[in-house]
Design a protein around this ligand. Structure first.
Ligand code: SF4
Length: 280
């Protein structure tokens, strides 16, 4: 089978930094002494490797002993968590992606300027939960229905978006918000260009293949977004974590398959998948 790869795919600089910081912290502080607050990235294979190397994953700071080192993942944390870390005198390694950090600062600044801050994003995603905590009363919306239900009817809005959202979808929602009678709308672009480049490369690939495989964690927001975009191009699309989830009927009657990967998917997962798919 012919297999084509997206030109831009896999690890972004934010994920590369988070994994490097985790490895460095394990080397410096020793196995079993470094505690990640939640999975460091949304990729099971990478997280499993780091856990095998001695990284501990906890849900709350209460689970970290006084001499433990806390690793803050690429999605960042809310100011409450930073304050709690300081109050307990815990040592921390901050692997928050710089684009997420910027979104946190922008939310605070928009609030200080008097805007009702609105974040376009998934309210359950850890990045969004962390970012909105930088200002009081931030409204999170992800659909026109939520805009109608949650936004005030007038006033000054300051809008940001979850870094990994697709520009087209964010643009459509902003267009919808702009059709309402708001006196002023200030939009700060917090979208991640790394993600946008992967999305464009996936869209380009869709025109050359008759089936798409998008590799990455099933909870990875940017991987889910990639898969949705491919489906929007009208190409049958499968979001898989790795080759183990592949089923031969997915390529029955197909001539060319496209492969791309989310920002937290390591290249070895992609290469293994491609080699096995080519052999069919
Ligand atoms: S996808 Fe973008 S925002 Fe998210 S970690 Fe990577 S570089 Fe940072």
């Amino acid at each position: 089978m012919q297999v084509l790869l997206a030109e831009k795919r896999g690890f972004c600089f934010g994920v590369t930094k988070a994994v490097c910081e985790a490895e460095k912290a394990l080397e410096t502080f020793g196995q079993g002494n470094v505690y990640a607050l939640g999975p460091i990235i949304h990729n099971k294979q990478v997280c499993r490797k780091l856990e095998q190397a001695g990284l501990k994953v906890v849900e709350t700071l209460d689970e970290v002993p006084a001499d433990g080192v806390v690793l803050i993942r690429s999605h960042g944390v809310s100011p409450d968590v930073t304050e709690a870390l300081q109050a307990r005198g815990l040592q921390a390694v901050d692997a928050t992606c710089r684009l997420v950090k910027r979104a946190q600062q922008v939310v605070k600044q928009l609030h200080d300027e008097g805007y009702q801050v609105v974040m376009i994003g998934d309210k359950d995603h850890p990045e969004v939960k962390g970012v909105v905590a930088y200002a009081p009363s931030v409204i999170i919306v992800d659909s026109e229905v939520e805009v109608d239900a949650l936004l005030p009817s007038h006033g000054r809005l300051g809008i940001v978006a979850q870094t990994t959202h697709a520009p087209e979808n964010v643009g459509k929602l902003i267009g919808y918000i702009a059709s309402k009678p708001f006196r002023e709308i200030k939009i700060v672009n917090t979208l991640c260009s790394e993600t946008a480049r992967r999305q464009q490369a996936a869209i380009d690939l869709c025109s050359k293949v008759d089936v798409m495989f998008v590799l990455g964690g099933l909870h990875s927001a940017n991987t889910k977004e990639l898969a949705d975009l491919c489906r929007q191009q009208g190409v049958p699309t499968h979001h898989l974590e790795n080759w183990e989830q592949f089923k031969p009927e997915r390529v029955a009657g197909k001539q060319a398959a496209g492969v791309t990967a989310g920002a937290s998917t390591p290249e070895w997962v992609v290469q293994e998948f491609v080699e096995k798919l080519q052999a069919i």
